[in-house]
Design a protein around this ligand. Structure first.
Ligand code: F6P
Length: 322
């Protein structure tokens, strides 16, 4: 292989830059040319290529966001869009592509891999941490630490005013962020999309906690699919319990900032493994870490299977909140 491309796609995640750096430097080390594709699949379709070398990725390991920029591209969901992408890659002489992103990104990658001879490999980078077969995606550790730091601060003011705070974290379809942030932040309740919320039960739990002497509470809520649902929950609790409730939506704050050391190390390891993998015939896979070991998971499997949340940990959170 003489030339490969690298792009970042979907929601950016802290550590993407550390990953680009590792991919570029390990590819160059093997004597292979590498180009960056700007703005994810959208940039691919409009032919936005930048030459990369070792120096082009200097001083980025500590930076959040992605120097290549990212996008969510509807066109790539169509056969026409993918055909165009394949033609552009072939015209540019790009034989392999390293794709850094989340679940949705890999669905597009799987289709290109099936419809062309271009060799693709994926690296999981999403704060949602919902990529099947992998323990941690790049960016998750930074995001949860950012959210926990915010909760520690909120707890101070919640205590001072004896309030119930509903802290909304990201995660439209999955509660991985909410679960770990809830445990680490000592939340009284954790609300996730994987489990239906019984608001009466929530009120009962809070009432019981007040009886045990608690004066303030933190409830961590995954954003879920319905905009404004955290506010609705808070309003319901305020109405039923006649307690002072407040909502804090952490939102995109969780996506930015310098990656933690853990994310930088993971990004570096997976970047190297992806470059090695693509040059050694491991195409059509996502490279991730599972039980501390680097593993290659077929794109198809990622699309078809769902990463399961640890429901036992959710149960334990109730004991811990007593
Ligand atoms: O990248 C994942 C994520 O941050 C989700 O947690 C969140 O629901 C979504 O992206 C937000 O997307 P956008 O930045 O396009 O609003």
């Amino acid at each position: 292989m003489q030339k490969i491309g690298v792009l970042t796609s979907g929601g950016d995640a802290p550590g993407m830059n550390a990953c680009i750096r590792a991919v570029v430097r390990s590819t160059v080390q093997r004597g292979v040319e590498i180009v960056g594709i700007r703005r994810g699949y959208s940039g691919l379709l409009s032919g936005e290529f930048v030459k990369l070398n070792r120096r082009a990725v200097a001083n980025i390991i500590q930076r959040g966001g992605t120097i290549l920029e990212s996008s969510r591209c509807e066109e790539m969901k169509t056969v026409e869009g993918r055909t165009k992408a394949i033609q552009i890659l072939e015209r540019e002489g790009i034989e392999g592509l390293v794709i850094i992103g989340g679940e949705g990104t890999f669905r597009g990658a799987a289709a290109i891999a099936e419809e062309s001879r271009i060799k693709l490999i994926g690296i999981p980078a999403t704060i949602d941490n919902d990529v099947y077969g992998t323990d941690y995606a790049i960016g998750f550790d930074t995001a949860i630490n950012t959210a926990v730091e915010a909760i520690d601060r909120i707890r101070d003011t919640a205590d001072a005013f004896e309030r119930v705070f509903f802290v909304e974290v990201m995660g439209r379809l999955s509660g991985f962020i909410a679960l770990e942030v809830g445990i680490a932040g000592g939340a009284e309740e954790i609300i996730i999309p994987e489990k239906e919320t019984d608001l009466e039960e929530l009120c009962h739990t809070l009432r019981e906690s007040f009886k045990r002497g608690k004066r303030s509470s933190i409830i961590v809520v995954a954003e879920g699919n319905e905009v404004g649902h955290t506010v609705q929950i808070a309003q319901y609790v305020q109405y039923r319990l006649k307690v002072d409730c407040r909502v804090c939506i952490l939102g995109h704050l969780q996506r930015g900032g310098a990656p933690t050391a853990r994310d930088r190390v993971l990004a570096s390891k997976l970047g190297i493994a992806a470059a090695e993998g693509i040059l050694n015939g491991k195409e059509g896979h996502v490279v991730g870490e599972n039980k501390g070991k680097v593993v290659y998971i077929p794109f198809r499997e990622i699309g078809e299977r769902k990463k399961e949340l640890d429901m036992r940990l959710l149960k334990s959170s109730k004991v811990l909140a007593m």
